[in-house]
Design a protein around this ligand. Sequence first.
Ligand SMILES: Nc1ncnc2c1ncn2[C@@H]1O[C@H](COP(=O)(O)OP(=O)(O)OP(=O)(O)O)[C@@H](O)[C@H]1O
Ligand SMILES: [Mg+2]
Length: 302
Amino acid sequence: MHENTLHIDGLSKRYGDTVALDSMSFSVAPGEIYGFVGSNGAGKTTTMRIALGVLQADSGEVRVGSRIVDDALRRSFGYMPEERGLYPKQKVAEQLNYFAQLHGLDAATARRNTAELLERLGLSDRAKDKLQELSLGNQQRVQLAAALVFDPQVLILDEPFSGLDPVAVEVMAESLRERAERGIPVVFSSHQLDLVQRLCDRVGIVKSGRMVAEGSVDELRRSGPVLYEITTPATSDWWEPLEGVDLVERHGDTVVLSIGDAPAEGYDDQPLLKAALAAGPVHHFGRRLPSLTELFQEVVSQ
Ligand SMILES: Nc1ncnc2c1ncn2[C@@H]1O[C@H](COP(=O)(O)OP(=O)(O)OP(=O)(O)O)[C@@H](O)[C@H]1O
Ligand SMILES: [Mg+2]
């Protein structure tokens, strides 16, 4: 493991009788974008708060390489907390400058980074406005700027994409990718699984405070159910006699079927095709991987 890998190691946290985290563990290597996903209340924010030192774990630890994260090390973390954290009444550029200096940059570098980021995020003309005068999405862009302005060595972002328009989503995604390419670990939580699928190198799915599935997007999708997408005007449930074959969804003439205990590789799909052809003409027949959204539903419903 690399000396700059972020390790979340065995975090547990209770609130009274509620178990918010139950031995939560994962690691994010430098250069990697890690998607942290799970239903509402699964424990994502709690994990990130502990990593950022605003909340104490009952047990477990957060490290960068072999170093336990303390306040000094944490100052190198760029973050976007769930409750956000900037001053509504302060001017955009002023607070970014201030924030950068708080994290150790000299005044000139702070100003330069602020100007560069505002330009990049399409906010140069808002630099002198108070934060509260910006729309919600633009405030979110300023939050991102605050996370990036001091050249962080780790990025921890709680739902950075929520509320952004499609253009801002791309700017955000590009910024995260660029930071990862510079060689820092990047972890963010999100409910936008299409985005997670597209952007992340690895994904962790949490449920009730525990990691329940983890891997590269490709690994996870390959571990999911074997799915076939078939287009035929036949309206009967022609697959019913076949063992283990179930309908997942139907839209128009297309059905998606899952194959119960098919081997991940080498499933003989010809009987399925024959059954379809016996019911009507077949315009499309093909296997496809489950999307992260489909996989998520399968994993969290178990
Ligand atoms: N201050 C608190 N007091 C009591 N329970 C809390 C507190 N903060 C969080 N919890 C509980 O801890 C669990 C995990 O919550 P957490 O906010 O980490 O979930 P999350 O994965 O971030 O969810 P969401 O997707 O809704 O943001 C939930 O059961 C929540 O109710
Ligand atoms: Mg949360």
